[in-house]
Design a protein around this ligand. Structure first.
Ligand SMILES: *[C@@H]1O[C@H](CO)[C@@H](O)[C@H](O)[C@H]1NC(C)=O
Ligand SMILES: *[C@@H]1O[C@H](CO)[C@@H](O)[C@H](O)[C@H]1NC(C)=O
Ligand SMILES: *[C@@H]1O[C@H](CO)[C@@H](O)[C@H](O)[C@H]1NC(C)=O
Length: 402
C-alpha cells in the first residue's frame, strides 16, 4: 500500500505478526518530498514491532559465501555429498528455515557472497538474498570481509543491498557524514500496537561494519570497529536510553539491545570450554588489535548480546561481563566448514512481559537456539541469553514456610 501523507511518500506493509511503517526512509523517498524534511524527521523511521503474541523473532544467517549458483560447488561436505551439491543447497536451506521459523526479521551477518568466486557481485547478491526478498519478511545485511572481492566495492555492495525488496539495510545513518565503513545503522522494535508501549522502542538492534582487512601497514590481519563507529553507537544508545526513560511509561533503565556484525571481538577468546554453550572448533579470528568496542558496549549498558559469524565452525554463546558473545555457525555450502558437521543458523526470540492490566509491556526475556540443516531442521542449544530482573517490586521470591 502506498499513500501520500504530508506530501511525502509513505509506504506501509502489514501482516498478522508485524507492521512496518516506512516514512520518508531513504534518500530516494526523501527526494519525492515537496516539503523539506528536518534532520530529526529524516532519521530512520522504519518501524518494526512486536506481534500480538508478545514475541519478536530474528533469524541470523552467517557466511552464505554465495557465488554463481548451480556451478559453484560445496566445500567440506562428506565425499558422498559432493555430487549435486552447490550454492543452490544454501538457497534451499534458507527457504526451509524461513518457512519453519517464520521470523519477523532476517539478519545476514556478512560474507553473504564470496567475491573472488562471484563473477557479477550484483547477480550473486540478488541470488543469495532471493529467499529473503521473496518471503515478504523484512531483512537486513552487513558486510563481511569477502563481499567486496568481486565487481562491487563495499560501498557499492551496501548500496545495492539497501535497494533490494524488503531490505531495511542502510548504507550509513543519515547525518553521520564521517563514519568509517558501510552498513552502520540501527533499528527500533516497537511495543505491541494498541498498548502503552506502542510508541516506544522496546528492543534496539545495532548493525556495524567490522571491516575487512587492516589498512595500517604495521598491523596485520582483519579490520576492526573504528572510533567513529563507536561514537555513533554511543550516541544512538544514549538516544534510545533517553527516549525509553522518558514519558509515557518512563522506564528505569535502557531497553535491551542486540548488536550484529561479522568479525568476532577479541573477547570471544576469553572462554574456557565450560563457559559457553555450543562448540569452539577453530581459533577466534578477530583483529590482531583490540579497538575497545567491547568496553564501549559494557559502558553503554544496553546491549545484552553480540552476534557474529566469520568463524564458520564455532557456534557458541558465552557470557562476559553481562554481555553474551555469540556465533551463528556457518550457513553456506560454498563456505569452508567441517564435513559431517551440519550447516546451521541462529534464532533469537525476545518475549514481552504481561503488565498488571493484562497488556504487553517491556521485554522480559531473550532466548536463542540454532537449527541444523539435517533434514529435520533440528533445534539445538536452546538457552536464555538475558532476562529482566524482577526489580524488587511486588514480586517477592516465594520462600517455603516450615
Ligand atoms: C543438495 O541438494 C540436492 C538437491 O536437492 C540434494 O540431493 C543433496 O542432498 C543436497 N546436499 C546436501 C549436502 O545437503
Ligand atoms: C502513540 O502515538 C500516537 C500518534 O501520535 C497517539 O495517537 C497515541 O495516543 C500514542 N500512544 C501512546 C500510548 O502514547
Ligand atoms: C568459567 O567457568 C568456571 C567454572 O566452570 C568459572 O569458575 C569461571 O568463573 C568462568 N569464567 C567466566 C569468564 O565466566
Amino acid at each position: 500500500m502506498v499513500v501520500i501523507k504530508n506530501k511525502c511518500i509513505s509506504v506501509s506493509y502489514s501482516d498478522p505478526n508485524f507492521v512496518i511503517v516506512v516514512v520518508a526512509a531513504a534518500a530516494v523517498l526523501l527526494s519525492l518530498c515537496v516539503v523539506p524534511v528536518s534532520a530529526a524527521a529524516a532519521k530512520q523511521e522504519l518501524k518494526l514491532r512486536f506481534g500480538r503474541n508478545g514475541e519478536f523473532k530474528i533469524l541470523q544467517v552467517a557466511d552464505m559465501h554465495y557465488a554463481n549458483g548451480k556451478t559453484t560447488p560445496c566445500k567440506d561436505v562428506l565425499p558422498s555429498q559432493v555430487h549435486g551439491c552447490s550454492d543452490l543447497n544454501t538457497t534451499a536451506f534458507l527457504h526451509r528455515i524461513i518457512s519453519a521459523e517464520k521470523p519477523h526479521l532476517i539478519v545476514f551477518t556478512g560474507d553473504n557472497i564470496v567475491g573472488l568466486d562471484a563473477t557479477d557481485a550484483a547477480k550473486s547478491l540478488n541470488a543469495a538474498f532471493a529467499p529473503a526478498t521473496a518471503s515478504n519478511i523484512p531483512w537486513v545485511a552487513v558486510l563481511g570481509n569477502h563481499d567486496q572481492e568481486s565487481t562491487l566495492s563495499r560501498e557499492g555492495i551496501m548500496k545495492h543491498i539497501a535497494t533490494l525488496k524488503n531490505s531495511l539495510s542502510q548504507v550509513n545513518p543519515l547525518g553521520a557524514h564521517a563514519i568509517d565503513g558501510f552498513g552502520n545503522y540501527d533499528l527500533e522494535i516497537g511495543g505491541v500496537k494498541g498498548t502503552r508501549f506502542e510508541n516506544k522502542s522496546v528492543l534496539n538492534l545495532y548493525f556495524l561494519d567490522s571491516g575487512d582487512y587492516s589498512t595500517v601497514p604495521s598491523i596485520p590481519g582483519y579490520g576492526w570497529i573504528k572510533p567513529s563507529q563507536q561514537f555513533w553507537f554511543e550516541r544512538s544508545s544514549a538516544k534510545h536510553r533517553r527516549e525509553y526513560m522518558s514519558k509515557p511509561e518512563a522506564q528505569k533503565g535502557p531497553a535491551p539491545g542486540l548488536a550484529y556484525f561479522h568479525i568476532p571481538l577479541p573477547e570471544f577468546a576469553s572462554f574456557e570450554s565450560t563457559n559457553f554453550t555450543g562448540v569452539r572448533q577453530e581459533g577466534i579470528s578477530s583483529a590482531s588489535v583490540n579497538s575497545g568496542f567491547f568496553t564501549t558496549l559494557v559502558a553503554a549498558g544496553d546491549v545484552k548480546a553480540v552476534f557474529t559469524g566469520h568463524d564458520h565452525i564455532n557456534d557458541f554463546c558465552g557470557e562476559l561481563t553481562g554481555i553474551q558473545l555469540c556465533y551463528a555457525g556457518g550457513f553456506g555450502y560454498h563456505a569452508y566448514g567441517k564435513a559431517g558437521w551440519k550447516r546451521r543458523a541462529r534464532v533469537v526470540e525476545a518475549t514481552l512481559e504481561k503488565t498488571e492490566k493484562g497488556s504487553w509491556g517491556a521485554v522480559k526475556s531473550i532466548k536463542t537456539w540454532k537449527r541444523l540443516d539435517d533434514g529435520h531442521l533440528t533445534a539445538v542449544d536452546g538457552q536464555v541469553l538475558w532476562s529482566k530482573k524482577s526489580s524488587g517490586n511486588r514480586r517477592k521470591k516465594q520462600i517455603p514456610i516450615t
